[in-house]
Design a protein around this ligand. Structure first.
Ligand SMILES: *[C@@H]1O[C@H](CO)[C@@H](O)[C@H](O)[C@H]1NC(C)=O
Ligand SMILES: *[C@@H]1O[C@H](CO)[C@@H](O)[C@H](O)[C@H]1NC(C)=O
Ligand SMILES: *[C@@H]1O[C@H](CO)[C@@H](O)[C@H](O)[C@H]1NC(C)=O
Ligand SMILES: [Zn+2]
Length: 360
């Protein structure tokens, strides 16, 4: 005979342990639902999305439904940590993982990409749009009169670092050219009046400008959003050797670096197409002791590459060298731009966590 009360107690206890205490898909606290086919604890919001993937995921409430022994055992064997390690093994560093307060289309596409299309399991290759940084297609763009939307052809060109759009009719001269390095995209469904509404903010001649777009397909608009992030992210990617603190003369290694200036992170990769980083350096603010300087400390030689630069952080010093003077200049300017920018509330949290880690 099944002891339903006992099973409920075991399940509720499981739901409080480790990563199970946060929704496997959006991180919301104290999830009250679970997918018993996938073996994850999820929030009410995400359970609604799982319900539409009935071929892959079946959900039950951990409070209201009855759970038999086999299902409870499955939940114990799997759980959020184990399942995430499988389905999120290979999430590209620029790919946006939605949080609890994010809009539905972001969560829905994340959940579909994860479990249905299995885009991030270890054996998967990142989608071409993310690895090439180029993308082209139609989007509906809000016109000047605000009420009407017009179909425009958009082209994201990584090499050029631009997003261009053309009207359907003439199509020769772009209606707009936006610099990827000065651009930022956020979902604004309410403001735009469409569940897939995306706001693209950019700087032009010192002014902040916006365009408002949507695509009928949730997958397409989220792919655009992540392609923009990827293109932004790859801005300033260059070959770059890295220092090893334990033996600074011998261990300068060639790596690919990219500066994520929105999240204040310098990330490095073994190969430019790698989906995951080898490491990252948080770039704080001058007031917190972050300094970037030209050159290397006395006695340190940069192997073949002679154009050194040093990033001093409160915890430690990072040394790099560049192949050319021009590369170094660009890197120093980009890093100085981040260092001179005030930190946001979220940045303080990241910085505090990193310090705590370094102290250990
Ligand atoms: C549920 O999702 C909506 C939109 O997707 C979001 O605005 C809301 O904050 C979420 N609620 C909770 C409790 O996470
Ligand atoms: C750093 O140098 C030490 C030896 O000095 C070596 O054992 C280690 O593998 C190096 N680490 C990296 C990341 O190159
Ligand atoms: C990106 O855009 C959103 C909304 O337009 C804004 O809240 C956010 O601060 C922007 N981020 C940066 C780093 O510009
Ligand atoms: Zn959730």
């Amino acid at each position: 005979m099944t002891d339903w009360d006992r099973n409920k107690r075991v399940l509720l206890d499981l739901a409080r342990q480790g990563e199970n205490s946060q929704c496997a898909d959006c991180g919301a606290a104290d999830p009250e639902w679970a997918s018993y086919t996938l073996g994850v604890f999820i929030c009410l919001n995400c359970s609604g999305i799982h319900r539409d993937l009935s071929g892959i995921s079946r959900v039950k409430s951990i409070h209201l439904d009855f759970w038999d022994d086999t299902l409870v055992e499955e939940m114990r064997r799997k759980g959020n940590q184990v399942v995430k390690r499988c389905y999120e093994a290979n999430v590209p560093p620029f790919y946006y993982k939605p949080r609890a307060a994010d809009c539905k289309v972001l969560k829905e596409q994340w959940i579909r990409a994860k479990y249905d299309r299995k885009e991030f399991i270890a054996a998967s290759r990142p989608q071409e749009i993310f690895t090439s940084g180029d993308r082209a297609g139609y989007l509906w763009k809000r016109g000047k009169d605000k009420g009407s939307f017009h179909q425009r052809s958009f082209h994201l060109l990584e090499k050029e670092g631009t997003l261009r759009y053309y009207s359907k009719e003439d199509g020769k001269e772009p209606r707009g050219v936006i610099q990827v390095s000065k651009m930022n995209a956020t979902f604004q469904p309410e403001k735009i009046g469409n569940p897939n509404g995306l706001q693209i903010t950019y700087l032009e001649d010192g002014h902040t400008r916006n365009i408002f777009v949507y695509h009928k397909s949730g997958k397409d608009i989220v792919d655009w959003f992540n392609a923009i992030r990827a293109a932004r992210f790859r801005y300033l990617k260059m070959a770059f050797p890295t220092a090893n603190e334990s033996d600074e003369k011998e261990y300068f290694k060639r790596r690919w670096f990219t500066l994520d200036n929105i999240n204040r992170k310098l990330l490095y990769f073994k190969d430019p197409l790698d989906a995951y980083t080898q490491g990252e350096v948080f770039i704080g603010n001058t007031e917190y002791g972050y300094i970037v300087t030209e050159g290397l400390p006395p006695g340190v030689k940069g192997n073949k590459w002679n154009f050194g630069l040093t990033i001093q952080t409160p915890g430690r010093r990072f040394l790099f060298t560049c192949e050319t003077e021009q590369d170094r200049k660009e890197w120093i300017n980009a890093l100085k731009e981040v260092i001179s920018k005030p930190m946001s509330c979220q940045d303080y949290t990241v910085e505090a966590t990193l310090r705590r880690k370094q102290r250990r």
